[in-house]
Design a protein around this ligand. Sequence first.
Ligand SMILES: CC(C)(COP(=O)(O)OP(=O)(O)OC[C@H]1O[C@@H](n2cnc3c(N)ncnc32)[C@H](O)[C@@H]1OP(=O)(O)O)[C@@H](O)C(=O)NCCC(=O)NCCS
Length: 207
Amino acid sequence: MENYIIRLETEADHKEVELLVRDSFWNVYRPGCMEHYLIHHLRQDPAFVPELAFVMELDGRIIGQNAFTKAQIIADDGAAVPVLTMGPICIANDLKRRGYGKALLDYSLEKAAALGYGAVCFEGNIGFYGKSGFIVASEKNIHYDGEPREAVVPYFLLKELKPGYLDGIEGVFYQPMAQYANEQAAAEFDKQFPPKEKLKLPGQLAQ
Ligand SMILES: CC(C)(COP(=O)(O)OP(=O)(O)OC[C@H]1O[C@@H](n2cnc3c(N)ncnc32)[C@H](O)[C@@H]1OP(=O)(O)O)[C@@H](O)C(=O)NCCC(=O)NCCS
């Protein structure tokens, strides 16, 4: 956990980052993955926030990345409340569970707060993100598009970057269109990368 640096991603990093994302997400949530296509496609979307696209570097190698996209909560009174959504975020396979992910996450959230963003909503595991101040969004009356309002969605999380930003607001968070990766386009994109075996594994969300 020494000597790493966190800096903004440059165009020259794109391919290395996509390879890292592919290796890190491969077979985790589904056989294969689409997140390397997602980051590739997100970068071209106006909702993507390049000032918050970070890479973590250790000894000249990119070992982690995190990115943010602008999104909205539509409050019950009709107001659109700007928030961020996050991801993909990942750490290289050989360096997972050593604290790098948390260091990158906390740094990114600090920078997002410094840029004036009020909150981050996204899908993740509370076991990891809870350590950085995320809560299950329903605790703050923020619901997830497509899920019943009364449901506690344990993987739909939020963190206020400005304390009290969501006080008195009840509403629904909508994923920006940019976060939906087209499966066919992702499969086509994947052909640029070295072949890798897709496995059905226990615990994957989609098979
Ligand atoms: C999720 C990920 C970014 C976490 O990075 P990491 O460097 O492995 O995590 P850290 O070592 O910083 O972990 C920080 C804390 O969260 C916990 N944690 C990490 N991953 C966890 C997980 N999947 N489930 C539950 N807790 C987890 C760790 O135990 C650690 O707690 P501790 O300090 O009390 O031991 C990384 O594992 C990864 O790249 N995963 C594959 C891609 C992915 O799933 N990305 C996130 C999509 S939402």
